[in-house]
Design a protein around this ligand. Sequence first.
Ligand code: PMP
Length: 406
Amino acid sequence: MPHAASHVQDVVEAVSIRLNNRVYEKRSHGEDVVVLSYGEAFFDIPLFGFDDLPMPALYHYSHSRGIPELRALLAGYYASRHGVAVDPDTEIIVTAGSKIALHMAFMTILAPGDEVLIQEPAWVSYPEQVRLCHGRPVRIPHGVEVADYRAYVTGRTRAIVVNNPNNPSGRVLTDPEWREIHGMAREHDLFVVADEAYSDYVLDSRQFISAAAHDPAKEHTIVCNTLSKNYGMSGWRIGYVFTNPELLYQILKVNQHLVTCPATVLEYYMARHFHEVLDITAPQIRDVVVKRAAVARMLDDAGLRYLPGDGTFYLFVSIEGSRLGSEEFCTRLLEESGVSVVPGIGYGDSCDRFVRLSVGAESIDRIRRGVEQIAGLLRATAAEPLAVFHPQGAPARPALEAVAAF
Ligand code: PMP
């Protein structure tokens, strides 16, 4: 029997999806699970209806760059929110989610053996997508400063992936950090592939700086974004990618052969209700970021540590001190306590002492229950002597205090 190609066999399943499948299974048997593992926030968004959308156009394929109305709205959104000019005719493609936008970007820029720098904690799909494109992911362990990324550049380095704000730490890049990254990109002729899926999940909108703000001509910058998080519409599967017209044309050819266009009906729906949806989701996004800050304080009170960052709806919580690896920790937490969080190992080898906690899908009271269970499992599985985790930039606490606080 013929087998799948070895580079595909080597791809690992997305750890977050595998864990969430187990959550769906448990819930379908009527079990109560505190779900802190979902990769999305749940908003109240009304259904506006489809009756006034153009017939019969919405039954058919549409423009492979995306319908012009939606392209114009998305370009306007980046201009007004982030001060980034995007030409809707030549610089943007609307596609079926940002996952495929990222993948098409990698397909477009990578030749076999090309290296891509990926900072850990790294969203699960970057290394696998690079491998699927016959590239080589080069992981930068967590804790390495942006100023030190240059040490990972070789003659084969072609790109750096930057996830800002970061899933799972919530870290938002500063202006000086962007200067470093773009300086390195110019010096070594690298692409900056920027994943800005959580761009609206910051407390102060000025805190988020788009990668394209430092490269207005988008000479080396490719930006991917999505309606999944900023609009709470992950099931709509609408994402987009923008870059300079020449490079975008190359991505467009890939899109034409892989995707054609996103679901036409959903593009028309989004174009018709774009501002209404944003007005409805904006306060809900603010609430979830505020909730994240409250959960951070809850973790502080429980003596749990987490990586620095205040964007997104995730916290990357340290399980340093447990004798369990993150996969075993999460499995026991789910099976014994009915609480689901995602193992840190999915975000890189340097992250096995962490779990990802999402505040997007549960009430603050149920999250408190989850945090208590995490602290309890840490206590129950404490290795001796208890190691202390020093998050980057945070004051070190003495080991004894950490033990007492768990
Ligand atoms: N990038 C990041 C960092 C994500 O967390 C996700 C979804 N979890 C995506 C991209 C993909 O989003 P989508 O394909 O739904 O646009």
